[in-house]
Design a protein around this ligand. Structure first.
Ligand code: BG6
Ligand code: MG
Length: 221
């Protein structure tokens, strides 16, 4: 049994969907007569759908009834789903398509820990479902990242102690969640945003089998 296991985030780590979430949220903001910048969108990465809408409304200084909020949540998700309706392998981030089978071959266990309620649909479209030892998503949790619940459940499902789990995340909220329970955090993106991570890689092309093997079994110098 490998000494450590990996927990992957989905959006922005396995698949390039972060841009579609942004397009769909920006449309909601625009429909409410304000704009929503890419910089502000960083705060939404990893954050649940409901919390994201609250953040956007706060940003636009808009108050809505629960009924109106529900309407916008449905509209955002419908738009997002239409944007990903033709999703195929080409939307996978660099190197991921090769990395996941290579991890299986190397007997390194890995699970999914995503905030998305659409995670299973996306994994299915990419034919990745069966590669994961466990899948924990937005339908399995009651607390959204930065709460570590999603990662703690994933760790429990694959029978690894949190300190032996390596979390791969593109969001600030996800890195905070992993750090809270002393998991090893690997940020995918900019040092400026993900500086709290134990390791930061510019993009997934740097997330190689060799890099992960070295985290699992550090080579002595
Ligand atoms: C996260 C994304 O993975 O899932 C967020 O980074 C998104 O942008 C969240 O809001 C919830 O996703 P969904 O698909 O349930 O709306
Ligand atoms: Mg993400």
């Amino acid at each position: 049994m490998a000494k450590k296991a990996i927990i992957f985030d989905l959006d922005g780590v396995i698949v390039d969907t972060a841009k579609y979430h942004y397009i769909a949220w920006r449309k909601i903001a625009n429909d409410l007569d304000f704009d929503f910048s890419e910089k502000d969108n960083e705060q939404l990465k990893g954050v649940s759908r409901v919390k994201s809408l609250d953040y956007i409304l706060e940003n636009g200084k808009i108050q809505l009834s629960q009924e109106e909020k529900d309407k916008f949540l449905v509209a955002k998700n419908d738009h997002y789903l239409s944007l990903i309706s033709n999703m195929d392998e080409s939307e996978m981030l660099p190197g991921i398509k090769e990395l996941l089978p290579a991890l299986r071959k190397a007997k390194i266990p890995f699970a999914l820990g995503s905030a998305s309620k659409n995670a299973r649909r996306i994994l299915k479209a990419l034919q990745l479902t069966d590669l994961f030892l466990a899948i924990v998503d937005g339908t399995n949790v009651s607390k959204a990242k930065p709460d570590p619940e999603v990662f703690v459940i994933a760790a429990r499902k694959i029978c690894y102690a949190p300190k032996n789990c390596i979390v791969i995340e593109d969001s600030k909220a996800g890195i905070e969640a992993a750090n809270t329970v002393n998991m090893i955090s690997v940020g995918i993106g900019s040092e400026e945003i993900l500086g709290a991570a134990d390791h930061v890689l510019k993009d997934t092309s740097k997330l190689t089998l060799e890099f992960l093997k070295n985290l699992i079994n550090p080579t002595r110098v």
